[in-house]
Design a protein around this ligand. Structure first.
Ligand SMILES: Nc1nc2c(ncn2[C@@H]2O[C@H](COP(=O)(O)OP(=O)(O)OP(=O)(O)O)[C@@H](O)[C@H]2O)c(=O)[nH]1
Ligand SMILES: [Mg+2]
Length: 360
């Protein structure tokens, strides 16, 4: 089966366009708001699957297609990633192939509300048709890989080696201190903070100062090899928290060595820290970039700076990664909470929908 997209100002208009050109044989696999890259073609995109052997009219070369000819390798990579994402969405849509809910129905109101929360159309459709949002994603509010243990004073206890990774300014350092204070200090079990944030002296200073305030030791290392060694030196610590630098889109080459170490370390519990306030397509792209670290869990920060929480579920579902913690403010150590399915689902559904459901 091949895919073909149609763009227009409304989903209905895009569908009309597609049906006129393709007839009834083509299968609707997705309908969604256009991405920033394709928005110039229309506010909505519908994607149709064309059966093998389907003959379509000669393609018209439009703006983006023409632009692609001169695109850089980076741009090409982005397009491949976007295509991959579309294929994943198509897979979801094919598993739930019902048409969009009829307008005016409660189902349609729910669908619209969930779309407004930036939930993926395929997930919004499932939820509007009765699948609880809670069944569409995972949470796991734990620190450490459960198999890892440490021995202190003859007592064997679970050991947590936790690394926070994520884009610049996501809130990694602040979140790390909150977790160290909340889980390391209050349990009175030995903890250590390690920073591999060497390029920016000020960043290491920020962490050292915060670590001193919460009363936890802090080492600063310069290379991934040194990091591995210091983790080993602290093998008697119950908690090791590792802060890493934020790598921007153009800096991912610099991240490779660190990514390889974290991905291969058997004790490592790597949490990808992402701002909930990031635009949905940027969030998806950032997650794709950080795949090389093989993260185990997702932490969403800046929950206080957005009202659209659908992307939390989109990304957890798309990558099959559980959400571990949520941060909703700058206060250390208070503004952090273990992620709960009910809480996240309620935020995505919103209040109006709850009352709408209650009156139905
Ligand atoms: N509103 C809000 N601000 C936050 C939250 N978490 C962190 N911040 C703020 O975001 C800014 C960046 O936080 P950092 O912890 O330094 O971010 P980082 O990911 O370590 O940044 P780099 O090390 O530069 O990559 C700081 O001003 C934090 O106070 C949150 O949940 N809500
Ligand atoms: Mg930092």
């Amino acid at each position: 089966m091949r895919l073909k997209s149609y763009f227009s100002g409304t989903v209905e208009a895009a569908m009309d366009l597609a049906r006129k050109e393709l007839g009834d044989e083509a299968l609707l696999v997705n309908a969604r708001p256009a991405t920033p890259e394709t928005r110039s073609l229309g506010a909505f995109e519908v994607v149709f699957g064309l059966p093998d052997g389907f003959r379509e009219p000669p393609a018209r070369v439009t703006g983006p297609a023409a632009a692609t000819a001169g695109a850089s390798q980076d741009r090409l990579m982005q397009e491949v990633t976007e295509l991959k994402r579309q294929m994943e969405r198509m897979g979801q849509s094919l598993r739930y192939p019902r048409a969009l809910p009829a307008s005016g129905s409660l189902e349609s109101a729910m669908y619209q509300r969930l779309m407004d929360a930036d939930l993926e159309p395929a997930l919004a459709q499932q939820a509007a048709q009765g699948t609880p949002l809670e069944d569409l994603f995972e949470t796991c509010a734990t620190l450490g890989r459960s198999a890892t243990r440490t021995k202190n004073a003859g007592v064997t206890a679970p050991r947590a080696v936790v690394a926070l990774i994520g884009p610049p300014g996501a809130g990694k350092t602040t979140t790390l201190i909150k977790l160290a204070a909340r889980y390391g200090l209050t349990s009175r079990r030995p903890a250590q903070i390690i920073s591999i944030d060497v390029n920016r002296i000020a960043a290491a200073d920020q962490l050292r100062t915060l670590a001193a305030i919460v009363g936890i030791g802090c080492d600063v290392v310069e290379t991934p090899a040194a990091l591995a060694q210091v983790i080993e030196e602290h093998r008697n610590k119950d908690f090791v928290f590792i802060d890493t630098p934020g790598f921007g889109g153009a800096e991912m080459n610099d991240a490779q060595e660190l990514a390889a170490l974290l991905a291969s370390h058997t004790e490592m519990d790597t949490h990808l820290v992402l701002p909930a306030s990031m635009k949905a397509p940027d969030l998806a792209r950032t997650m794709d970039r950080y795949e090389m670290f093989s993260p185990h869990k997702l932490i969403f920060t800046k929950m206080d700076e957005t009202e659209s929480f659908g992307p939390l579920i989109n990304e957890s579902s798309r990558r099959s990664l559980p959400i571990s913690f949520l941060s909703a403010g700058q206060n250390i150590p208070d503004d952090i909470e273990p992620a709960s399915k009910q809480e996240i689902a309620q935020r995505v559904r919103g209040r109006e929908l709850l009352s709408l459901g209650a009156t139905a």
